[in-house]
Design a protein around this ligand. Structure first.
Ligand SMILES: [Ca+2]
Length: 480
């Protein structure tokens, strides 16, 4: 008998290789903006095909339960970089900026010898730090002929934003120092609102209907009053920039929702098709240069999105479609092709995982945990069984989503809408009525039945409240 198991031996060999500086892997992190998992064919999409993104699922791992900790652009990006919840990294809302002095994963990788780049949508208000090169959109940026900012220039380009971000990422990869590992963050603007496709895909899906979600005509019976009141209904809460034509004056209610859904979802999916093309360009480059075997490639999104689910567009709520992030990762040799992992992984875990692969110890202030072992088929027995979530932007003008926090395990989700604008910057919106929701996510994954007020679930509610208290305290957050 060998004194080591095969896995331990491989681990030792891997450590030895790292110690000799041979195999710090390259990391290519591709992130879209608002790309819901259920618009990726590897996730079983009923509405589109994403052949290039699917290449990562076929040759690597697909996470089935990857969740964000605050489902909105700027805070999720900060959580990914810092490995911290919003209440720790100070980026609670769209109006907050990432303190440039704050430590994050790119700074750690840079110190460990990586060359680092940030290309595309940054959306953290301050200029990027920790990157040798950055070329970013100002704020949200625009789809057509966008302006990009570097540390020394501001320049408008002719072309389509998604293709330009692909071009700039390839340009940077081509001029990098091949003797040093790289960490490149390629952040697409697409498929964020207002969903403007490229000319190449403007007629995709013409002449056919996209299947509707089964709860497109949800009228929110039994749900929290402040949830029923959110203004993100397809059709009713859209504007002319979303629809790109006049609203038919005779259409109201469900008929308007049905009409607007087709227009919205087609443009959304057309935007995704360009993202998929550009994922393919990067994968082809890695193949052609012989870099595929020593490069970790990730595809994810800063959060999920409602695709007409519950009749909504947008995100923010702790509901499944918004909470869930797609996450696909390829690393040949370490991750078995076609793996599906069902562990609960959070966006604050990404930074510790990258550092783990780079042979860097995650700094103590990072709250996430590396899921390298999970990806490689050896989930630790003490891996988390539940997660804590908090959305801070209370009842602001655009979508009137109430601030809330909650917990989710593999069976139940408890959400508390506390009704106050706590932790908000620069706004003073009115309070809303506090309310609770409890969902059985195993038997009611579409979250149509709020069980909180049903006396049959009193015990479940009590248990989930204890879990909420526990996870909130562990995350270093405080109850309202
Ligand atoms: Ca987003």
């Amino acid at each position: 008998m060998l004194p080591y198991t095969r896995r331990e031996l491989l681990g030792l060999l891997g450590s030895a290789a790292l110690a000799k500086g041979r195999s710090q892997p390259n990391i290519l992190y591709i992130m879209a903006d608002d790309h819901a998992a259920h618009a990726i064919s590897a996730y079983g999409s009923r509405i589109n095909q994403t052949p290039n993104i699917d290449r990562l699922a076929h040759s690597g791992v697909r996470l089935a339960n990857c969740f964000c900790t605050n489902s909105i652009c700027t805070p999720s990006r900060a959580a990914i970089l810092t490995g911290q919840y919003s209440h720790k990294n100070g980026v609670y809302t769209l109006d907050d900026r990432l303190d440039p002095k704050r430590n994050h994963v790119a700074k750690e990788l840079q110190s460990a010898g990586y060359q680092t780049a940030m290309i595309g949508k940054w959306h953290l208000a301050s200029d990027p730090t920790g990157f040798d090169y950055w070329n970013i959109l100002p704020g949200q940026g625009v789809y057509h002929d966008p302006v990009f900012l570097t540390s020394v220039s501001r320049r408008q380009y002719t072309g389509y934003c998604t293709d330009l971000i692909g071009d700039f990422t390839l340009d940077w990869l081509k001029q990098r120092d091949p003797k040093k590992p790289f960490f490149a963050m390629c952040h697409h603007k697409a498929p964020h609102r207002p969903w403007e496709p490229s000319a190449k895909y403007k007629d995709l899906f013409a002449g056919r209907d996209i299947p509707e979600p089964d709860n497109l005509f949800d009228h929110y019976e039994g749900r929290a009053r402040s949830v029923a009141a959110v203004t993100m209904k397809v059709g009713e809460d859209m504007n002319k920039a979303d629809i790109k034509r006049d609203f038919p004056p005779d259409l109201k209610g469900d008929a308007l929702r049905k009409w607007a859904y087709q227009i919205f979802i087609k443009d959304y999916l057309r935007c995704i098709q360009s993202v998929d093309d550009n994922v393919g360009r990067l994968l082809d480059y890695l193949d052609a240069e012989g870099l595929a075997s020593n490069t970790i490639v990730i595809y994810t999104s800063d959060q999920g999105f409602f695709l007409g689910d519950h009749g909504w567009f947008d995100k923010r709520l702790m509901y499944e479609e918004s909470l869930r992030m797609p996450f696909l990762m390829r690393y040949p040799g370490a991750i078995r092709p076609g793996t599906v992992n069902r562990d609960m992984v959070l966006n604050i875990d990404f930074a510790p995982m990258f550092l783990d692969y780079a042979g860097v110890r995650a700094p103590a202030e990072m709250q996430g945990r590396s899921f390298r072992a999970n990806l490689e088929g050896h989930s630790p027995p003490d891996w988390r069984k539940a997660m804590y979530y908090r959305y801070w932007m209370h009842n602001t003008s655009d979508h009137h989503v109430p601030a809330h926090y909650g917990v989710r395990n593999d069976r139940w989700k408890l959400i508390y809408y506390y009704g106050k604008p706590l932790g908000m910057t620069g706004a003073n919106p009115p309070d809303t009525t506090p309310d609770w929701e409890l969902f059985d996510v195993r038997h009611d994954p579409r979250e149509m039945h709020n069980l909180y007020h049903d006396p049959k679930y009193t015990r479940v509610v009590a248990q989930m409240k204890l879990l909420l208290d526990k996870l909130q305290e562990e995350a270093g957050d405080k109850p309202v």
